[in-house]
Every structure is written in C-alpha cells, then in structure tokens.
Design a protein around this ligand. Structure first.
Ligand code: GNR
Ligand code: NI
Length: 153
C-alpha cells in the first residue's frame, strides 16, 4: 500500500468528469487500498478517485460512526429527497469551509470492490458525504455550492 498525493483546488484534474470503471482487476484493488490509506492519513471521512489524480468513478468513505467503511464504484444516486444544510470541508480545499445544501435522504446504488452491486439508504452526514464524493466524480467541488461565504479556518 502507498499514500497518494491529494490534488489541491486549482489542479484542472479536479474539474474533469471521471469515467466508469470496467475492470475489477488488481490495479483497482491497489487503488482502493491506497485511497483508504490516504483518506485515513489525512483524517478525511471520504475520498474520491479524482482527488488522487485518477479520473475513474470510485469513492471511499468511513464516517467512524460504527458503520463499515464503504467503497462505491460507478455510484448512482437513485432518489434524493428533502434538503439539509451541513458545514462542509474538503481535502482538496484545505483550510476552507462553508454551508452546503444537500439531499436529506438518498439511495446510493453502486458496486463494491468485488464488482457486486449494493444499495444503501442514507441520511444525515452519510448522505452529505455521498453527495460530496459523487460531485467530485463530475468535477464539482463543494465551494461551487456554498451558500453564503466560503470561510477560512
Ligand atoms: O473529510 C471530509 N469531511 C467532510 C465534512 C463535511 C462534508 C464533507 C466532507 S468530505 C471530506 C473529505 C473530502 O474532501 N472528500 O472528498
Ligand atoms: Ni472533497
């Protein structure tokens, strides 16, 4: 396993659209392991592949809330309901934070690291994080959606 460098806002890679994953091979397994290692080393709760320079539709997430870490490959947000506002930050925009409106509840449909499909219903911070990570796969950063000011720490 290895730490990967997290790209910082201003890097054009963060603004590109990621492509679907088609090969569930050893390289993918290494990427996933590296993404977890990098996320934990950075004290993040989520990390999307484009943040480590890989333009593929994949994110990892661990909320440290008693729920298992999640790997979501080719994720789709099925039905988003309601809204919630949460103060977000991003490993690619260090030292900045701000309020973002997200769905209150959503259903995530994705494939796990073995290529098995799964579906989870999410709310609260889980829904926020899924929505934030899914945006990264389309080149969208939380600062694009901030309500009011993008604050500095
Ligand atoms: O670590 C992270 N914390 C966080 C807090 C509130 C809303 C979203 C996040 S995701 C962020 C990690 C990250 O940048 N993932 O892309
Ligand atoms: Ni982020």
């Amino acid at each position: 396993m290895a730490l990967r460098q997290v790209l910082i806002d201003g890097d054009e890679t963060l603004r590109k659209k990621s492509r679907e994953i088609t090969n569930f091979d050893d390289r993918l397994q290494t990427l996933i392991d590296d993404m977890f290692e990098t996320m934990y080393a950075s004290n993040g709760i989520g990390l999307a592949a484009p943040q480590v320079g890989v333009l593929r539709r994949l994110f990892v997430m661990d909320l440290h809330d008693g729920n298992e870490p999640i790997v979501a490959i080719n994720p789709q947000i099925m039905d988003a309901k309601g809204t919630q506002t949460y103060q977000e930050c991003c490993l690619s925009i260090p030292g900045r934070y701000g309020d973002v409106e997200r769905p209150a509840e959503l259903v995530l449909r994705a494939y796990d690291r073995n290529g098995e499909p799964f579906e989870i219903k999410a709310s609260e911070l889980t829904a926020v994080c899924i929505s934030h990570e899914n945006d990264h796969l389309d080149g969208i950063l939380f600062k694009d959606k901030v309500k009011g000011e993008l604050l500095s720490q």
